[in-house]
Design a protein around this ligand. Structure first.
Ligand SMILES: [Ca+2]
Ligand SMILES: [Ca+2]
Length: 153
């Protein structure tokens, strides 16, 4: 059931296009061109241009085991901790896959895949711990400042 159908049923309205409210009959607006549709190839290139691919591989290998992820050691191993503020910012933008200006929990779960497409998903436990460590203002997502502070920890 789509939203329109749901709306119609909820308010006991007749079939949508019999309504005088013409906006309800309009088809979904087309997606904005060039927005989300995240290309893995582009992402990989971006992370690889900031960090050494060998370091990324080593770091990902080190945290293969479920629930072994440790963001402090990870950022150190991939070499991000030693990078300039500018590079850390670039990394943040790669991890903010939907360009919302924040790394949300959903993005955090797949954070290792942004370093290398062979990276595993974080478990819910790891994702929550990661978010909690970074989210100093408690809004449930990681801002650029929070990310930079976490990397430097
Ligand atoms: Ca985001
Ligand atoms: Ca936050």
């Amino acid at each position: 059931m789509n939203n329109l159908e749901h709306f119609r049923l909820q308010f006991g309205l007749p079939s949508a296009c019999a309504l005088p409210v013409s906006f309800l009959c309009r088809p979904e607006p087309p997606a904005e061109p060039g927005t989300p549709a995240h290309s893995t190839a582009v992402v990989e290139m971006a992370m690889n241009s900031i960090l050494n691919p060998d370091d990324i591989k080593k770091a990902l290998d080190a945290f293969q085991a479920v629930d072994s992820f440790d963001h402090k050691r990870f950022f150190e191993m991939v070499g991000l901790k030693a990078k300039s503020a500018d590079d850390v910012k670039k990394a943040f933008h790669v991890l903010d896959a939907d360009n919302s200006g924040y790394i949300e929990e959903e993005e955090l779960k797949f954070v290792l895949k942004q370093f290398d497409k062979g990276g595993r998903d974080l478990t819910d436990k790891e994702t929550k711990a990661f978010l909690q460590a970074a989210d100093k203002d408690g809004d449930g997502k990681i801002g650029a400042e929070e990310f930079a502070a976490l990397v430097r920890e």
